[in-house]
Design a protein around this ligand. Structure first.
Ligand code: KIV
Ligand code: ZN
Length: 515
């Protein structure tokens, strides 16, 4: 069966989601998981945009094996050169050059004539091809461009060495039938099209990103650009999990296949959600909490008799955990059972990580009688994603109530091991905790988002707090889980501050080392 390449841009277009800022270690963790998922090409970032992005792309290219690593570049020499320097250590590097092709962009944004723009595209693809045998070119805003101009630009770029030509629906404007026809027309009107693979990159402004991508596959596209959970600019990009499951479930219709190991979809979705702070809506296809829940009596009856009566996919194929229905751990569970369950969930921990996670598990088991897979995932996320930990929360205590002024005392351990304690009043217990932490870690910031949800059902459930803080025009996500939501809130704040500090410290050192 013919293959469709999955080019994932969660780390580039996905990171362009408003409010999302990933650290290099977040990106590395996501890239490693994308390899497990079986993604063919990982667009790791946009190296010219900042030293931090350059560093992240270069680190991924140097360390992540098993997928091609691509970087995005504007059509100018500095961007192409930076992109090459960032990706060249990869196993199979790719440079992705883009330039607008629509009149509206050319006239009002680039403010150039069409011949000049065409020459910029051609010469920058040629420059990229002089470094790298794998070059992709995208005529940005292709779906609102003059068709004849797009054909001409594509022909020139293929001639200059592009081996993938990507058709972006940059503003999510097109409709499936129209987009499919565009792909057919490209195949018929670009004379050297047989030298390149056709790719598509669809945005979701009209909720059609996945439908447009699939229509393009029917018309001959053989690469789809996606993001996990459909994140990305504005309404996002085509969701990888939806594209992959549509192609798998309706293989009879599409007659193509991808290399995606669909059993890793659920875990990848959770990881991206945790690290970006972007929750997954309950009714989201494939990975939303309700995607395999049946409420009506008739449906439940059918499912009990035969799953296929109301399910077109098996949740196991997507890697959904059992939901705790069968495997429950508790106070008396031993290290061996704990390790086995984590392995079944796909976590491959080092001995040191396992010891830390097991300690946290025992603490949780003292507070919560039954620990299911969702608890384990929250716990692993909490305990193991500590790479950015600079300050550590040692202790938090609050007094609150309708007749008390909310007061918090906190103790924090600094990077040099010194212990700092302080206390503060607040409008509520969370405010008091955050003010007390601010008295110790003095980083100006503003809390812009705060949400708490329970990890499982039940009064003893863990609360998972996700927050976003803004500092110097950038936003940082933090998350924390605990059976006490005030403690979870404190952990989330510490997590956000640690990310903020690790990013700003890294940038300071970038500035020092790149004068
Ligand atoms: O949406 C878009 O046009 C893009 C390009 C850079 C491919 O993201
Ligand atoms: Zn895009």
């Amino acid at each position: 069966m013919e293959k469709v390449i999955i080019f994932d841009t969660t780390l580039r277009d996905g990171e362009q989601s408003p409010g999302v800022a990933l650290t290099t270690s977040d990106k590395l963790e996501i890239a490693t998981q994308l390899v497990r998922l079986g993604v063919d090409v990982i667009e790791a970032g946009f190296p010219r945009t900042s030293p931090g992005d350059f560093d992240a792309v270069q680190t991924i290219a140097r360390t992540v094996k098993g997928a091609q690593i691509a970087g995005l570049a504007h059509a100018n020499p500095e961007a192409v050169d930076d992109c090459w320097n960032a990706v060249k250590a990869g196993e199979a590097p790719r440079i992705h050059v883009f330039l607008s092709s629509s009149d509206i962009h050319i006239m009002h944004q680039l403010v150039k004539d069409k011949e000049t723009v065409l020459e910029m595209a051609r010469s920058m693809v040629a420059r990229a091809a002089s470094y790298c045998s794998d070059v992709e070119f995208s005529p940005m805003d292709a779906t609102r461009s003059d068709r004849a101009y797009v054909y001409w630009m594509l022909e020139q770029c293929i001639e200059a060495g592009a081996r993938t030509i990507n058709i972006p629906d940059t503003v999510g404007y097109t409709i499936p039938e129209e987009f499919a026809q565009f792909i057919v027309d490209i195949r018929n009107n670009v004379p050297n099209i047989d030298k390149a693979r056709i790719s598509v990159h669809c945005h979701n402004d009209l909720g059609l990103a996945v439908a447009n991508s699939l229509a393009a596959v029917r018309a001959g596209a053989r690469q789809i650009e996606t993001c996990i959970n459909g994140i990305g600019e504005r309404a996002g990009n085509a969701a990888l999990e939806e594209v992959a499951m549509a192609i798998k479930t309706r293989r009879d219709f599409f007659g193509v296949e991808t290399k995606i190991n669909t059993k890793e979809l659920y875990r990848t979705s959770r990881l991206v959600s945790a690290l970006t702070g972007m929750g997954v809506q309950p009714n989201k296809a494939i990975v939303g909490p309700n995607a395999f829940r049946h409420q009506s009596g008739i449906h439940q009856d059918g499912i009990l008799k035969m799953r296929e009566t109301y399910e077109i996919m098996d949740a196991n194929d997507i890697g959904w955990p059992t939901g705790g229905a069968e495997i429950i751990l508790g106070k008396v569970s031993g290290r061996h059972g704990f390790k086995a369950r984590l392995e079944a969930l796909g976590y491959d921990l080092t001995a040191e990580e396992l010891s830390r996670a097991f300690l946290a598990f025992k603490e949780l088991a003292d507070k919560k009688a039954e620990i299911d897979d969702r608890d384990l995932e929250a716990l692993v996320a909490d305990k193991l994603r500590t790479t950015a930990e600079i300050y550590r929360l040692d202790f938090v205590q609050v007094t609150a109530g309708d007749h008390a002024a909310p007061t918090a005392s906190v103790r924090v351990i600094a990077p040099d091991g010194s212990i700092h304690a302080d206390a503060a009043l607040g409008t509520g217990p969370v405010d008091a905790v955050y003010r007390a932490i601010n008295r110790i870690i003095d980083v100006p910031n503003e809390l812009t988002e705060f949400s708490v949800k329970s990890v499982t059902e039940g009064i003893d459930a863990q609360g998972e707090v996700t927050i976003r803080v803004e500092s110097d025009g950038r936003s940082y996500v933090g998350r924390g889980a605990d059976t006490d939501i005030i403690v979870a809130s404190a952990k989330a704040y510490m997590n956000a501050l640690n990310r903020l500090l690790s990013i700003t410290r890294r940038e300071d050192s970038d500035v020092r080392s790149n004068p």
